[in-house]
Each structure stands twice: as structure tokens, then as C-alpha cells.
Design a protein. Structure first.
Length: 206
């Protein structure tokens, strides 16, 4: 792709580094920004800078947050006996949109994937075990996507928690195998939370 402007070329190259964005889409976005009032581009730039400079991880659940303790973890009306284990913030948003879960979350920050160089030590597992040790959590709900890597992660956590007096369950598999939680429609995801099954049953059924 040939450019008449080095400034445009640099902008396109930077935008094209975003996931799912190719050079043609990046060019379309760059040209769109050029057509907008300058203050619009300034607002976008400022929002991205603020996101990068000031975003926090919740000290309890590891979700992204503007403050040290996120709004979900600081809400006393939620059920502290239920803890939903998810991969990242996208899954928290997806489950919250269903309106069917009133407990708290624990964001792993990824899933075990040796091919990608991600091992148990790279996940937020120590803090998860610590929450279980404290005794308030009565049920751990595995709400990871229906993939082989996610199943491996579920089983690893299950083995870690096996000697604690805590119930483990997995969301019902109304979600197609291989699909990510964030792309599942809210009705299906909501039902999978409500119709969760004991984790031991999910192992046997495979």
C-alpha cells in the first residue's frame, strides 16, 4: 500500500497493530478521523492516554477498575458466598449483562496454554486460593470458555481447591464448544449460569 503522506502512513501502521484491524480498515479509520473536528480526535487521544496511565486492577478480583476496589467488589448487596472464576474483564461484562449473577468475580488474567507460554504461575491463582482459605466462599463457579485450554485451567484449579470445603460448579454447556463467553448471547449465557452443574459431573460427561 503506497501513501502520499508519511504522517498518514505512520497513523495507519499504528492503528493496524490493533487486533482484528488490517491495513485497509486502518486506512478507513485514519481518513475518518481526518474528517472529524479536531476536538473529536483530541478527546479520543485523551481518553486513550487516560486509559493507559490511570487504569487500575481491582485489589480483590483483578478486574480493570478506576479505583483500587472495583464497584462490584465494593457492593455489599452482592452474595459473598458465590465466586465466579472468569478469564478476563470481557467475561465479567458478558455475565453482568445477563443480570443473573449476584455474587463476586475472580479474574484469572488468562488461561493455561503451554503453546502460548502461559502457565499456572502466570494466572491470579494464589489470591483465589486465599479467598477460599478465608472461608466466606461456599461455591466456586467455573465460567471459562468452552475450549481445551479452559478445561485444562478448570481442572487445575479444581485440584488446587479439592481439599477445601468449597463446592465447585461449572456453567451449563449451552455454549458451543470452542466459543468465547463474550460472543455468547445474554439469554444463553444467563441460563448457563442458572443451570450450572457440579464440576465433577462436567468432568464425567466429557
Amino acid at each position: 500500500m503506497e501513501f502520499s503522506s508519511k504522517l498518514l502512513e505512520n497513523a495507519v501502521n499504528e492503528i493496524a497493530q490493533l487486533p482484528g484491524i488490517g491495513k485497509r480498515t486502518a486506512l478507513r479509520l485514519a481518513l475518518h478521523l481526518l474528517k472529524q473536528p479536531k476536538e473529536n480526535t483530541s478527546h479520543l487521544t485523551q481518553a486513550l492516554n487516560n486509559l493507559r496511565e490511570h487504569i487500575n486492577f481491582c485489589s480483590s478480583c483483578h478486574n480493570l477498575s478506576d479505583v483500587p476496589l472495583c464497584e462490584i467488589c465494593s457492593n455489599p448487596a452482592r452474595d459473598d458466598s458465590l465466586l465466579c472464576v472468569v478469564e478476563d474483564i470481557r467475561d465479567v461484562i458478558a455475565i453482568e449483562n445477563t443480570g443473573q449473577f449476584k455474587g463476586y468475580y475472580h479474574v484469572l488474567g488468562g488461561i493455561i496454554s503451554p503453546i502460548d507460554g502461559v502457565g499456572p504461575q502466570d494466572l491470579n491463582l494464589d489470591s483465589l486460593e486465599q479467598k477460599v482459605k478465608e472461608g466466606k466462599v461456599k461455591e466456586i463457579i467455573f465460567a471459562l470458555s468452552a475450549t481445551m485450554e479452559a478445561d485444562t485451567t478448570n481442572f487445575y484449579i479444581y485440584k488446587i481447591l479439592a481439599h477445601y470445603a468449597v463446592k465447585t460448579s461449572a456453567i451449563a454447556r449451552g455454549i458451543p464448544v470452542g466459543d468465547d463467553l463474550e460472543y455468547t448471547d445474554e439469554v444463553t449465557l444467563g441460563r448457563s449460569i442458572l443451570k450450572r452443574v457440579p464440576y465433577e459431573n462436567s468432568i464425567v460427561s466429557k
